[in-house]
Design a protein around this ligand. Structure first.
Ligand code: FES
Length: 105
């Protein structure tokens, strides 16, 4: 599935991410800047914060409780904020658009 990652400065990266990886892994493995992922995907750092395009909110689902509390440590959290290590890539998410915040934590 193709995922579009948009940096805070507007630079777009369209990446083909393998099913089963997370949105975070898709960025890190392809050297897309803007996602730090300090904890490596354990939902314990909040430095993989992204904004999910509102058109995709239904498909990406909602935050788990732990994700929700970790987001307290992120900056400029919005309604659409998610931790990208908690979004698993599936064929359903082909075309997903996420935007990176200005800073990670
Ligand atoms: Fe640390 Fe997602 S990588 S919370």
């Amino acid at each position: 599935p193709k995922i579009t990652y948009i940096e805070h400065n507007g630079t777009e990266h369209v990446i083909d991410v393998a099913t089963g990886l997370t949105v975070m892994e898709g960025a890190v493995r392809n050297l897309v800047p803007g996602i730090d992922a300090d904890c490596g995907g354990a939902c314990a750092c909040a430095t993989c914060h992204v904004y999910v395009d509102p058109a995709w909110a239904d498909k990406t689902g909602s935050r788990e409780a732990m994700e929700d509390s970790m987001l307290d440590f992120a900056e400029e959290v919005q309604e659409t904020s998610r931790l990208s290590c908690q979004i698993k890539v599936s064929d359903e998410l082909d075309g997903l658009v996420v935007r990176m915040p200005q800073n990670q934590g």
